[in-house]
Design a protein around this ligand. Structure first.
Ligand code: SAH
Ligand code: SF4
Length: 357
């Protein structure tokens, strides 16, 4: 049986990870928490370095065919006004991101089949021909052929959080999907050469430390290049409206343990974490995170992309948000990365990239 200290020494020495070891780290309390955060910060500095990568996220449609119990965009939420951006509106937001100096745009939406896969491919080609930008997609579960088409069109990365590694909990939360099919999608993405991101929510009803340890082990087994870890935040128009939100410290502990388990991964200080606490960004950057996503969705629709309430980036203009982040990074002595911020070492499609590429 592991206690915290032997588990920390073991993971840092590169011992094979066991569930018990990961659970002992996740269960850190009191002084152990500072030791865990310090270790994650040291590993982050030694692997991906001090530079912080900025990504511009453009949420181009809030229509969704899925009915995830936790999410405000679920198809049964009739109280949400829906929107879709036109190609011209998306391209204008992308141009603004390029103008502001971003090197990556993240195109995210609900699972919306209104845009055909060919239209998405054409959009990717247009962005690539007009701008020197890396493209991350986050469009949910699709067939292998769609993923292939978009990769061929020039998409570099794909974010497909696995949400929870507990198959029964997954099916309860995502009634139209299965964990196995989501993981099949992630495997296709890797095979196709995408830098692939997974990730989980912390504090989902029915989750425990063992589930969280399984999340970390799954991402390690999949050798993901990116991992998004954030608290679950209840949305008032969903079946989980009365559930408690995820805990800030447990979310940070999970982030820190993920940094130790996946030393080279790109780990964002997620918007959910920043929404839970005004200190979320600073804290996440100090315990393993090295990526920040800023919202470039046009102001006119931004308050309709309500996956959870009180999103941290709801009202800020991109310039103001950027200034605030730059000020914080200066305080923390963390430079802004200049490169694309491709994934390093872990996962498919990353070979040859380094963290300033
Ligand atoms: N439809 C795509 C992408 C948009 S949703 C997909 O599901 O993959 C992006 C992420 O929002 C999800 O992966 C989920 O982790 C997160 N999310 C949704 N509802 C949330 C909630 N109530 N609290 C915290 N995160 C949530
Ligand atoms: Fe749709 Fe993604 Fe929300 Fe699920 S999490 S309802 S797939 S937008």
């Amino acid at each position: 049986m592991y206690n915290f200290s032997t588990a920390l020494a073991g993971i840092r020495a590169g011992e094979k990870l066991s569930r018990e070891m990961v659970m002992a780290l996740l269960a850190a309390e009191g002084r152990q928490v500072s030791a865990l955060f310090k270790a994650a910060d040291e590993v982050r500095r030694a692997t991906v370095g001090d530079a912080v990568h900025l990504r511009a996220i453009i949420e181009f449609s809030n229509y969704c065919r899925q009915n995830c119990l936790y999410c405000g965009l679920r198809r049964d939420n009739c109280s949400l006004p829906r929107y879709r951006l036109t190609e011209a509106q998306i391209l204008a937001a992308v141009a603004e991101a390029a103008e502001l100096g971003f090197r990556t745009v993240v195109l995210q939406s609900g699972e919306d089949l209104y845009y055909s896969s060919l239209e998405i491919a054409r959009l990717i080609e247009k962005i690539k021909s007009r701008h020197d930008l890396a493209i991350t997609l986050s469009l949910g579960e699709r067939c292998r052929e769609d993923y292939r088409l978009w990769r061929q069109a020039g998409a570099d990365r794909y974010l497909l959080k696995h949400e929870t590694a507990d198959a029964d909990l997954f099916h309860y939360l995502k009634p139209d999907s299965r964990l196995s099919s989501r993981l099949q999608c992630a495997s296709w993405l890797k095979e196709l050469g995408y830098q692939t991101g997974m990730g989980n929510m912390v504090g989902l009803p029915g989750q425990n430390l063992e589930t969280l340890a399984t999340d970390v082990l799954l991402m390690r087994q999949m050798e993901v290049g990116m991992a998004g870890i954030g608290p679950f935040l209840p949305h008032p128009s969903t079946p989980l409206k009365d559930a408690a939100p995820g805990d800030l410290e447990l979310s940070l502990r999970t982030l820190a343990v993920t940094r130790l388990a996946l030393p080279y991964a790109h780990l964002p200080a997620t918007t959910a974490l920043r929404s839970l606490s005004p200190e979320g960004l600073r804290l996440a950057l100090s315990c393993g995170a090295n990526v920040i996503m800023l919202n470039l969705t046009p102001q006119s629709v931004r308050n309709k992309y309500l996956i959870y309430p009180q999103k941290a980036d709801m009202i800020e203009k991109p310039e103001a948000a950027l200034e605030k982040v730059k000020k914080l990074l200066a305080e923390l002595g963390r430079p802004l990365a200049r490169g694309y911020g491709h994934a390093v070492k872990t996962g498919g499609g990353n070979s040859g990239a380094n963290h300033e590429s």
